[in-house]
Design a protein around this ligand. Structure first.
Ligand SMILES: Nc1nc2c(c(=O)[nH]1)N[C@H]1C(S)=C(S)[C@@H](COP(=O)(O)OP(=O)(O)OC[C@H]3O[C@@H](n4cnc5c(=O)[nH]c(N)nc54)[C@H](O)[C@@H]3O)O[C@H]1N2
Ligand SMILES: Nc1nc2c(c(=O)[nH]1)N[C@H]1C(S)=C(S)[C@@H](COP(=O)(O)OP(=O)(O)OC[C@H]3O[C@@H](n4cnc5c(=O)[nH]c(N)nc54)[C@H](O)[C@@H]3O)O[C@H]1N2
Ligand code: SF4
Ligand SMILES: [Mo]
Length: 754
């Protein structure tokens, strides 16, 4: 008998949350009991954090005879209170996979041969030195990840920006959270959500747009489900062009045409203004208005909305009837109710991603549904430490640690002082953003690139265009497995210690910084990534400013970068003890940290009431943003819209979840999911193979019809975890002008039968 995805989820599902919320049985995404594959009692349990998503579930790692034998939810962690999803429970299986690399590899005559660490590091050092001498600082880059530990990005950032004078430090959060960062920065003057998961339990209306929370943030979804079960009046509205698992608890669905969000969000503002749902007092005290370049008035903004976003216009663009748009706005703005908006990649991975983020914040600001428990704008972060290790550490080409900017001379001075480096060495101009960095591998301007904890040959949009660049660049890949699509292009592959084989710190979506203890030894000669970076710094002649003997040493230096900033972090001792602490910590010593930001008494920087202190005038900005189309909409030649995304079981490029037999049985291959009417019209059926063709490339995928989700007509949903079926050969690398985040969520394709 074939083991189906349904069987898999059934087998994992112990939680009653979804069932009691009235959802169909057998599709529960979370479990409350550990699966212990070996049924062996562990010798010891080590406190840590799940390796995967930005939810940041606390885990207890069971160790026996130096091996991880089980993982269970940490009952004392307030994030998940003991729950985990299937990916969390199967973590032990990723540790021992056959393709773990245990020795450095060097490519000689096109073939990988094993080498000593010394030989590998000497080669890297020689090539970087040559490049810096001949071509200058911009010729060397670092491409990191929201899955590294804080110390790893911190050390790389310091070496590149502080010592080499190169701001070409980027990471995969550019593909993911950049639009959310730019949205928070422009609207509130400060990055990261101001609310926390605690808001879920106070919320009356959840507006979920462009997030498949049930599959991508399953444990958070279970908290929402639980809350709704206890408070049946809780409304859940899901706006998404594809019906997915999260819809099982939805009270209403807004299945608009992909790419037309701005019309919906703008028309919601229209109805809110027209029907008098605005909070004039809040606006008067805490809000200002901008057209993107200059300040405007509340009246100007209202005029802009009136002219640009009538419900009729939105209806024509999105296909949602005017009355439904009006109802959506009324539900969102209902007086006396607390409203939260949750969003993820459906909003961020768009060429209008920053505008969409601003327009979500706008709705909360003009209705005053913000800065109250259960009323907030809450962008869901994808990776476990995109916030902690990249946004906070400053691991992007325009950032410095502690929410500072490379373009700010005072910020450069402050950081150079802590680093013990020469501020004059630091470049004032931001480096190349991710897509530009990889484009420069193709043009040959970037000579050396170090890739750590990410798989860009697989995960970049329009990926095959960049493969020749990876081939010709001197490429160092720090990886746990080999081969991956990226490591194949490497000149040197460095074997990395994985997750609990090293100590570390992650920072999750709700500003919670969490310590992860080392539980076991890495296999063979694999080393923590940070060790390789510190070794490299010494070989490059900067040993004096990299004197660290322990993880704690790195943390203590980084801590100085956060002191006195809006993101003051906790001491190392406190982190080791706690089940996560939310910044800013400041006076909240010995507690869980700050709950809601910008509000007294939670936020230690606010004396009274609400204060958007991160903006010079202490007011959040409402932006008048023009309607903007995606870069590529369907046309005669490419009549379908392709969107790409996730399933619960798999993680990104599948290097880890692909090691779990039960997961592979449940979801063995990437697939293209069709609306049944489109399938009939195309003459294709379940299981057929189709070729998706875009202006950039092709991919062949097996067809699924209206499962696991239901895309609206004209939309195809494809998963992209499989290396053999490279969906990113098809996607577009068009980017948002401000955030430089690519539009993974929308491109035009045609369908060919194979
Ligand atoms: N199981 C699992 N969980 C994960 C991950 C994983 O790989 N696997 N990865 C993590 C990471 S890094 C991330 S970034 C998150 C991503 O989490 P999500 O963003 O929730 O997941 P996706 O499936 O990428 O896309 C979300 C939704 O965007 C919708 N969408 C497509 N086009 C549009 C549009 O035009 N407008 C709107 N509003 N929506 C649209 C899709 O229909 C889809 O339902 O997941 C995190 N969690
Ligand atoms: N089509 C399409 N493409 C997308 C997206 C989409 O929605 N659609 N989403 C984008 C988003 S939001 C994201 S975040 C990216 C993610 O894309 P990637 O970051 O490229 O994907 P991962 O598979 O998470 O890659 C992590 C790599 O690090 C390795 N690894 C694991 N642990 C360690 C470690 O401790 N050290 C080292 N050195 N290596 C380690 C893993 O084996 C794996 O190869 O993909 C983007 N690409
Ligand atoms: S919800 Fe995310 S953090 Fe929690 S167990 Fe699942 S993958 Fe891990
Ligand atoms: Mo992501």
């Amino acid at each position: 008998m074939k083991f189906s995805r349904r069987d898999f989820i059934k087998a994992c599902a112990v939680s009653t949350a979804l069932v009691s919320a009235g959802c169909s049985s057998g599709r529960q995404p979370v479990q409350s009991k550990p699966i212990d594959p070996t049924k062996t009692e562990a010798d010891k349990w080590v406190k840590s954090v799940c390796r995967y998503c930005g939810t940041g579930c606390g885990v207890m790692i069971g160790v026996k005879n130096g091996k991880v034998v089980a993982v269970k939810g940490d009952p004392d962690n307030p994030v998940n209170k003991g729950l985990l999803c299937a990916k969390g429970y199967y973590l032990p299986q990723i540790m021992t996979a056959k393709d773990r690399i245990t020795k450095p590899l060097i490519k000689k005559d096109g073939k990988f041969v094993e080498a000593s660490w010394d030989e590998a590091m000497e080669l890297i050092t020689q090539r970087f030195k040559e490049s810096l001498d001949q071509y200058g600082p911009a010729s060397v880059g670092f491409y990191g990840s929201g899955q590294t530990s804080v110390d790893e990005t911190y050390v790389a950032n310091k070496l590149w920006k502080g010592c080499f004078g190169s701001n070409n430090v980027e990471g995969n959060p550019r593909l993911c959270m950049a639009s959310a960062v730019a949205g928070y920065m422009t609207t509130f003057g400060a990055d990261e959500p101001m609310g926390t998961y605690d808001d879920f339990e106070h919320c009356d209306v959840f507006f979920i747009i462009g997030s498949n929370t049930a599959e991508a943030h399953p444990v958070l979804f279970s908290r929402i489900v639980d809350h709704k079960r206890k408070n049946p009046g809780t409304k859940i509205i899901i706006a998404d062009p594809r019906r997915h698992r999260s819809h099982e608890i939805a009270d209403s669905a807004i299945p608009f045409i992909a790419g037309t969000d701005l019309a919906i969000l703008g028309a919601m503002a229209y109805v809110i203004i027209e029907e008098g749902f605005t909070d004039e007092e809040f606006i008067k005290n805490h809000v200002c208005f901008s057209d993107g370049a200059n300040p405007i008035t509340w009246e100007d903004y209202k005029q802009h909305i009136k002219e640009s976003y009538t419900p009729e216009f939105a209806s024509a663009k999105s296909s949602i009837p005017v009355q439904e748009i009006r109802k959506l706005a009324r539900d969102f703005a209902e007086p006396g109710k607390n409203t939260m908006t949750l969003w993820c990649m459906g909003i961020n991975q768009r060429v209008a991603g920053v505008f969409a983020n601003n327009m979500i914040h706008n709705l909360h600001l003009i209705t005053g549904k913000i800065c109250k428990p259960g009323s907030t704008t809450f962008s869901l972060t994808g990776q476990p430490s995109a916030c902690g290790s990249v946004r906070e550490v400053g691991g992007l080409s325009h950032l410095l640690p502690g929410h500072r900017l490379v373009a700010n001379a005072a910020h450069r001075e402050q950081i150079a002082k802590i680093w013990g480096t020469d501020p004059a060495k630091m470049a004032p101009a931001p480096g190349w953003h991710t897509m530009e960095l990889f484009r420069r591998t193709v043009t040959g301007d970037l000579k050396c690139l170090w890739v750590m904890c990410t798989n860009p040959a697989h995960s970049l949009p329009n990926a095959t265009f960049y493969h020749p660049g990876l081939e010709q660049t001197f490429l160092v890949v720090s990886e746990t497995y080999h081969p991956t699509l990226t490591s194949k292009y490497a000149d040197v592959v460095l074997p990395a210690a994985l997750w609990c084989e090293k100590e570390g710190v992650y920072g999750n979506t709700e500003r919670r910084t969490q310590h992860m203890a080392k539980a076991i030894e890495p296999p063979g000669e694999a080393r923590p990534d940070v060790d390789a970076l510190i070794d490299f710094a010494h070989r490059m002649g900067y040993g004096e400013v990299f004197p660290y003997k322990s993880f704690e040493d790195v943390w203590n230096e980084y801590l100085k970068c956060t002191t006195g900033t809006d993101m003051e972090l906790a001491s190392y001792a406190a982190l080791k003890e706690a089940h996560g602490i939310r910044w800013p910590v400041k006076d909240h010593i010995g507690t869980e940290g700050t709950g809601m930001r910008f509000v007294a008494p939670d936020d230690p920087y606010v004396k009274e009431g609400v204060d958007f202190y991160a903006r010079p005038n202490h007011r959040a900005q409402v932006f008048a943003r023009p309607y903007t189309e995606p870069a590529e909409m369907p046309d005669k030649e490419y009549p379908f819209c392709l969107t790409t995304g996730r399933v619960l079981e798999h993680w990104h490029t599948d290097t880890m979840t692909g090691k779990c037999p039960a997961i592979m049985k449940a979801v063995p291959t990437s697939f293209a999911e069709f609306n049944s009417k489109d399938a009939t019209q195309l003459g294709i059926k379940e299981g057929d193979i189709v070729r998706l063709v875009s202006r950039r490339g092709t991919v062949e995928l097996p067809v699924k019809i209206e499962r696991p989700g239901i895309p609206r007509r004209g939309l195809i949903f494809a998963t992209w975890f499989e290396a053999e079926r490279l969906v990113n050969a098809v996607t577009t690398d068009a980017v948002d002008a401000a955030s430089k985040e690519p539009e993974f969520k929308i491109c035009a394709v045609r369908v060919e039968k194979v």
